[in-house]
Design a protein around this ligand. Structure first.
Ligand code: GAR
Length: 196
């Protein structure tokens, strides 16, 4: 059985990190077994750190404030991911802009809480809630130089109901994320061959 290793990067609550660990770590699928080789966090106080520990994985803390610039931080990320042996990196609520030092060296996908290419950036849930659109959703996409601009891999959407509160809207976004992200990672890895 082929073992496929992934790295998960996070910054905060870590609910998507937790779902990835629950659904994929040490799990055997049709063509592979998936192992989370490392979890990496840029905030020493992130709630997700405890969640990772619950699955027996001590997160690597790379505090971005301790690096001279974005490139130096990204170099540390690249080094850690390579050392872990991960072939795919998942950004699960990782709130850092990444430079070409990262994007040109690491195959990564990102979860974003909007129907890209709409509502890129850090305020996507609020912007999509406030928009006149009748639908909203989430995206999983490859990471490239452009913020939230890489090739879209998978999306899910839902209808905004009349009078829907922001809390209900946000909860729907997160519920869809928790379904789609592990499924997308599994689908990408659990194949008999890989396109280059
Ligand atoms: C998720 O909603 C994810 O889509 C978003 O951060 C949240 C992390 O939640 N990511 C972005 O906005 C990236 N631009 P979590 O820490 O509970 O997984």
């Amino acid at each position: 059985m082929v073992i496929k290793k992934i790295a998960i990067l996070f910054s905060g609550t870590g609910s998507n990190l937790e779902k990835l660990l629950a659904d994929l770590h040490h799990k055997t699928f049709q063509h592979c077994r998936i192992e989370v080789a490392t979890t990496i966090c840029n905030r020493p106080d992130a709630q997700g750190i405890e969640k990772s520990r619950r699955y027996g994985i001590e997160p690597l803390i790379l505090d971005h404030t301790q690096y001279a610039n974005r490139e130096a931080f990204d170099e540390a990320l690249v080094h850690a991911i390579r050392a872990s042996g991960a072939e795919l990196t998942v950004l699960a609520g990782f709130m850092r802009l990444l430079t070409p030092v990262f994007t040109q060296n690491i195959k990564a996908l990102n979860l974003h809480p909007s129907l890209l290419p709409l509502f890129k950036g850090g305020n996507a849930i609020k912007e999509s809630f406030d928009s006149p659109m009748k639908v909203a959703g989430i995206s999983v996409h490859y990471v490239n130089e452009e913020l939230d601009g890489g090739e879209i891999i998978a999306q899910r959407c839902f209808e905004k109901t009349e009078g829907m509160s922001f809390e209900a809207f946000e909860a729907k976004i997160h519920a869809l994320e928790h379904e789609l992200l592990p499924l997308t990672v599994k689908n990408l890895l659990d194949r008999t061959y890989h396109e280059s």
